[in-house]
Design a protein around this ligand. Sequence first.
Ligand code: SAM
Ligand code: SF4
Ligand code: SF4
Length: 385
Amino acid sequence: MAERSIYRTFALADQRTSALELPPHSTTPVGTPTPGGQLVDTRGRNLRDLRISVTDRCNFRCSYCMPKEVFNQDYPYLPHAALLSFEEITRLAQQFVQLGVQKIRLTGGEPLLRKNLEALIAQLAAMRTLQGEPLDLTLTTNGSLLARKAKALKAAGLGRVTVSLDGLSDAVFRRMNDVDFPVADVLAGLDAAHAAGLGPIKVNMVVKRGTNDHEILPMARHFRGSGMVLRFIEYMDVGTSNGWRLDDVMPSRDVIALIQRDMPLVPLEPSAPGETAQRWGYADANGAYDPAAGEVGVISSVTQAFCGDCNRARLSTEGQLYLCLFAARGYDLKALLRGSASDADIGNALAAIWSGRSDRYSELRATLASSGTPTPRVEMSYIGG
Ligand code: SAM
Ligand code: SF4
Ligand code: SF4
């Protein structure tokens, strides 16, 4: 309980307001990628994946992300004028793609709450990577509005969706979203996404020990052979308002061991460089991978840091660029967009920022924790997952 109050007090210091200093304007491109798109940071990591938060609001109050006591009617959500417009997001995204980004994920808050999101999706879907390919364009959602919106999202050019779902039991799910939202509506959203062709669909389950770990097996059984990939995420110390404790984390190896006892699994190779999830395939009677049964994934951000391959940049709802999920501050790109910077100036600034990146929070977590001082961190609902 004492630990919880430290975090709560700390959350009052708003990490959104103080931005990092932008690199000086330069006409000489810094860290420009080679024709192969190989812009690298100080640890040799490419920039491949851009996550864009389109709103800091949500209709759920998952306790691990937006606990009700903090995200109540007094919480200072961003005013509409502070949000990047779709044109501003597209202009920035274009510069990111010029630097080698191949995948864009829309997130939030709950991205489907942003009005007319289809218009942004259509603008992003028209872009091509440095290799001339369409972007891998995806969206992470709590699924509550998916049944209504799946068809229109697909028609606008969205490639696929990831849906968060923390259990199959209606009682457990209602408790976890903390707004009494029924699980049946999310399952209907998944069906609608599947029918609209927004696949391959991934389903993300955050596992909190003692809260929903008894839902691991029912979830695994439900999604086995469904064509959807269920992924178990270790509960993370993201932000400072969720009262995170290491004891609440169920290590991925325990999740895999639990499923193995019921349904044998075999390890699979990563499907893409920098993939966050370790993949496990369901085995057939001979112990070989059975593609018809499919796979599960585990994202072990706490027990097995994957910073060495981290190729992701995050753009907040108001245009701050974060280089790590656990960063305290971002770079104010909105100031560039709304100032006199040309597209080339913006591209140079992004390249300079990425070239100087050295973040590796998860690798340093234990050391930082042993120092006893909580580090300031931005909230997940502000920069998205
Ligand atoms: N509202 C959307 C949703 O829930 O899918 C998108 C935004 S949400 C911040 C993105 C992802 O972050 C979700 O899959 C959510 O479960 C995950 N997430 C949020 N807080 C987390 C935490 N403390 N640890 C691990 N995952 C978390
Ligand atoms: Fe909302 Fe997603 Fe956070 Fe849950 S995890 S509170 S659905 S933003
Ligand atoms: Fe990337 Fe930061 Fe996560 Fe490491 S802790 S994998 S650098 S986002």
